[in-house]
Design a binder for this molecule. Structure first.
Ligand SMILES: Nc1ncnc2c1ncn2[C@@H]1O[C@H](COP(=O)(O)OP(=O)(O)OP(=O)(O)O)[C@@H](O)[C@H]1O
Ligand SMILES: [Mg+2]
Length: 630
């Protein structure tokens, strides 16, 4: 599958308008500066061609095209001096204007880069759900956006302004050439039109290739990041994956190179043919003019004007052809950027969201059906449960039974396909998801360890407390992370990453630290706990990486923290959830049993079996055959 390329002119026009708007809104002043320098650059060549012609004609005493008068004795030296000075000025301008143009363009490119990326980050951060980050089509678009957005927008400007320059040059040379020979002018323009058409077709092919190759570049990047990534380094070495990954990278790179080479060959064929055609038109014209001069039909100055005009026109029109091709390609690929920044929210957000009140009564999950994609099986099949405010709900079940999925729905990372989740009776789809999440705190199973300092890793749980060291310490103590953090080289200011230094670069810089799995888990818990006084606390597998003692103390601390709070707890360690007010056992995406620990043990169902199994494992008392008898 490839990223869908844009289709049709309407789409391109929209994208071109968007690119132009981005550039214009970034800095109208720089755009104006670039336009002025481009027009000036466009006038330099024709001006010097006319001046040269005047100098030659003044020298030989000719006075205009078509008149062949005898050589005058006594030069008009003042006129000649003025012409030569003017010619010198155009020479200086020819050297200075492109430099000014480059300077303005580099400034514009830098400014556009910030604006373009900021809009992408803004869009990514604003999507309320997470499904878009799991879509291959969107991953392609994000990849293309990163690859092209910045260069595309500013290159588009450069191409547009380069075109302005080329058009100015073309028009002035065309006028000059028409005065000498309209037929010849038409021949050169005809050859250039062919080149423009070919360039547009080639640009389409080039853009198509970019879209086709995006998956290959994504794969290539993913494999190469495994070779350079600290997290993967140990496994890659243990399993000896280096050569295997390198092989995969080469397959992708070679496939990209082969497709590009094929297109380059086509470009070479087409462009050399068209180049030859256009040179033939100019060459033919030259022969014609020289013949006419021999027959004394033209003054000598016109030869100089002709040569410069014909070559200038040919050059300017090839610049237009190349520019139009670049613009067409840039516009086509820019659609990936507009698709990303203009994408509507991935979950419907009401125009007038209802305020999210503090949870007073209960959260209810009503007959919720959910699957991640229409092509994938149902993960939740009609789940219904109630979580009264101030109580603890425990979710248990085998791997893949849908526990983490259910908590993601509670946080509205996705919407269920059927059924609903209510917060004090209101469907959570009527809230702004950001406001809903303001009322929640949690640790996901696949929690993050950010490449930030220990303090920031906790503080980002509540940005208002990012600089509140007391609150951060308190959360770390509650989560059992404080002692580990105190032992770090720079304490809370230690960078939790081996690939960044802690503190300012220089004398005080210390290498960052990689935490152990259990330590990371406690830091993630501290991040959740700094969000004090939230209505709902969700903890998905808080003990997975903890040692037995840490599990015991964390259990006790969690019990304190949870007291009086509404809480959803997921754990495979059944002693952790024993005290929950309601234990829901999920099996194959449906509620298999629910009740308190004692009720479920008395019912002697799946929960009781799992509980006995774990207890036996701890005691080592249950014979294997007793277990396998179930
Ligand atoms: N982002 C996703 N896209 C597609 N399928 C997914 C995604 N996340 C989970 N699944 C699928 O949904 C099912 C339930 O996954 P979930 O993570 O909810 O299980 P779980 O009960 O939390 O399991 P565990 O005990 O292993 O944590 C699994 O079959 C899994 O493959
Ligand atoms: Mg899970």
């Amino acid at each position: 599958m490839t990223a869908a390329g844009p289709t049709g002119w309407r789409c391109r026009v929209r994208s071109a308008r968007a690119a132009a708007a981005v550039v214009w809104s970034t800095s109208p002043l720089l755009v104006a500066g670039l336009a002025v320098t481009s027009v000036a650059a466009g006038l330099i060549l024709p001006a010097s061609a006319w001046l040269q012609r005047e100098v030659v004609d003044t020298l030989v005493g000719a006075h205009g095209p078509g008149q062949h008068v005898p050589v005058q004795h006594g030069l008009d030296s003042k006129l000649l001096l003025a012409l030569v000075v003017a010619l010198g000025v155009t020479g200086i301008a020819a050297a200075a204007v492109p430099q000014a143009q480059q300077y303005v363009q580099a400034n514009l490119r830098r400014a556009v880069r910030v604006v373009v990326y900021d809009r992408v980050y803004q869009a990514e951060a604003s999507w309320p759900g997470i499904s878009r980050f799991e879509s291959p089509e969107f991953a392609d678009k994000l990849q293309l956006t990163g690859q092209l957005a910045q260069t595309t927008a500013s290159d588009l400007t450069a191409s547009l302004l380069g075109m302005t320059q080329a058009v100015v040059t073309t028009v002035t040379f065309l006028i000059s050439l028409c005065l000498l020979s309209p037929v010849l002018a038409a021949a050169i323009v005809g050859a250039a039109c062919l080149a423009i058409w070919a360039s547009l077709v080639n640009a389409d092919k080039q853009a198509e290739l970019t879209f086709q190759n995006v998956i290959r570049s994504r794969r290539q990047q993913s494999y190469s990041s495994l070779l350079s990534n600290a997290a993967a380094a140990a496994e890659v070495r243990l399993f000896g994956l280096g050569a295997f990954l390198r092989g995969r990278i080469l397959v992708e790179m070679n496939a990209i190179s082969t497709s590009e080479r094929k297109l380059d060959r086509r470009l070479l064929r087409v462009e050399s043919c068209l180049g030859a055609l256009s040179s033939a038109a100019v060459g033919g014209g030259l022969v014609w003019v020289v013949t006419r001069i021999s027959a004394s039909a033209f003054p000598v100055g016109d030869v100089s004007l002709f040569i410069m005009s014909a070559l200038g026109l040919q050059g300017a029109m090839s610049q237009i052809a190349a520019g139009l091709g670049d613009i067409s390609q840039a516009v086509t690929t820019f659609t990936a950027y507009t698709d990303v920044v203009d994408a509507p929210p991935d979950l419907p957000v009401p125009a007038q969201p209802r305020p999210v009140p503090p949870l007073r009564d209960k959260i209810t999950v009503e007959n919720v059906w959910f699957r991640y994609h229409p092509a994938l099986p149902w993960v939740l099949r009609g789940v219904s449960l109630t979580l009264p405010a101030g109580t603890h709900l425990a979710l248990v079940g085998r791997n893949g039974s849908g526990k983490s999925t259910l908590v993601k729905l509670l946080c509205r990372m996705y919407d269920p396909q059927r059924g609903c989740i209510r917060w004090d009776g209101t469907d959570i789809r009527e809230f702004d998801p950001a406001m809903l999440r303001e009322r929640m705190a949690g640790v996901f199973q696949d929690h993050m360890c950010y490449e930030l300092t220990a303090a920031e890793n906790i503080g980002v749980g509540d940005l208002a407390a990012l600089d509140d060291r007391d609150a951060i310490r308190h959360a770390a103590e509650l989560a059992g992370a404080a002692a580990d953090i105190d032992r770090l080289p720079l304490g809370y200011d230690t960078m939790l990453s081996r690939i960044y230094m802690s503190g300012p670069r220089g004398q005080n810089a210390q290498t960052g630290v990689a935490l152990s799995g259990g330590q990371r888990q406690r830091v993630a818990m501290a991040r959740a706990l700094i969000r004090a006084n939230r209505d709902l606390l969700i903890v998905d597998e808080p003990m997975a990486s903890l040692d037995a003692e840490a599990e015991h103390t964390t259990n006790q601390r969690l019990a304190q923290v949870r007291a009086g709070r509404t809480c959803v707890l997921i754990s495979h360690r059944l002693p952790t959830i024993r005290a929950a007010d309601n234990i829901v056992v999920l099996a194959d995406g449906a509620v298999a049993e629910q009740g308190t620990h004692d009720e479920l043990i008395a019912a002697d169902g799946g929960y009781a079996y799992l509980f006995r199994l774990q207890a036996a494992g701890y005691r080592g008392a249950l014979a294997d055959d007793q277990v396998s008898a179930r």
